[in-house]
Design a binder for this molecule. Sequence first.
Ligand code: SF4
Length: 460
Amino acid sequence: MNRNIYVNAVESILESIQSTQPTEFSRLITRMRGYTPPHRVIASGINKGELAELCLVYGTERNEDPTFWYMTRRGDKVIMGQTGLVQSYEQCNTEGNLNTIIERSNGYGHFRSDKEELSLGDEKLKIELDRIYNAISQLTFYEEDKRDLFEWRSDQVIARFGEFGKFFDDDQIIPEYNDTMVVLTASQGCFGNCIGCPEKGGKYFASNIEQLYEKLERARRVVEKYHGNHMSSMNEGFINASDILLNYFTSQKNTNIPDPITIVKAFYDLFPEIQKMYGFVGTPTVNSTPEHYLKTLHESGLNRVLIGIETAHDATSAFLGKPFSTEQKGKAIRKLQEAGFRKIKGIVMVGATGQGFYDDNGKFQSSWDALEETAEFMKQNMRSLMFKERADKVIISRYVKAEGTELKKLHEEGKVVVPFSSESELEKQVQWLVSEMRKAQIDVEAGYEVALEKRRRLVA
Ligand code: SF4
């Protein structure tokens, strides 16, 4: 072959490779906290005369779900979840400082800017969302199957959050609620009597099997409407009930009420894409449920359970209206572990009694003492990261004063409960607990109340 023809052929092959396959690494992702997150470029182009890229950033190293980052050379950065919905948009000003234009911290669709809350109908929100998706639509995609993930318009985003919000009531919280989660409300209310919870009162209504299937079919239609081309991304299911095991007991008296295994199976029937299935359980119900049933419940696919521990200080627990001893709580955790449940998530509440409270005998019960006992309890009962995929997790919930509750009143009166003098006192306890858990190699997260944003319910 003539040398020139050969060179031209090689150059043209190289050019075509370059135009369809970008370099593996982004030219815009800069080192984050000393390292560059693993990623690959899936689209690129020009925005206002400058390079813009869309990258898939793997979450594995940071123990997070993967996210999509749209970046421009000017320094603007948009983060989107696996469904392509915008999670945050930071704009870089002429001095090189980043301003938060919009952000939200969970799947509720509560957007805000760095100055104010933005309602879903806010014009500014609509303009920014349309601007982002228009800019992405101008890029050249190297992975065509991902293009339609970003074909959102602001009105669709707003309608999507509105329709997903109908899966649960305003007073219910979905922990770790994110864009890839489908929620099924299996029951409402609770038999508990916790003085900080607006749901107390002993009312409990469980959906019957027909209602359950109706809800699931409706949910499937809504989820397909917005995520039909990427149903495999919708791989998390949350069974919304203050304690899913209550259904085990009610189903024995009323055969039209589905037991938890039936609920889990029905959920998978309608959503076979689900890989992570979550539900709350409670100390007394775990301890009363036969071991073989818990084992079968786990085998049926309930693979993430959350249990409210709140505190391992018996006097504090009783004061808060949870009359279960530390021994009973430990027994419940061990029983779940033995039944095969992986990653048990134990919720600890910090700040519920401020600096402490005076018990019926006039004795001051310090919250620091309670916290130290709780840290010790968690170290002894939660499986550390050494257990790898069976490691449990401590989720720290900062106390939020819920309207109309007895505990809020006690905090405001400041007689029985001695409130913290400042927010920093609460934060000091949270950070202390985080560091104790980390020292013991126990997975810990201190963002539970993020799920409470605009919500009232505390911990089940
Ligand atoms: S905190 Fe949980 S267990 Fe207590 S009353 Fe509220 S929902 Fe029931």
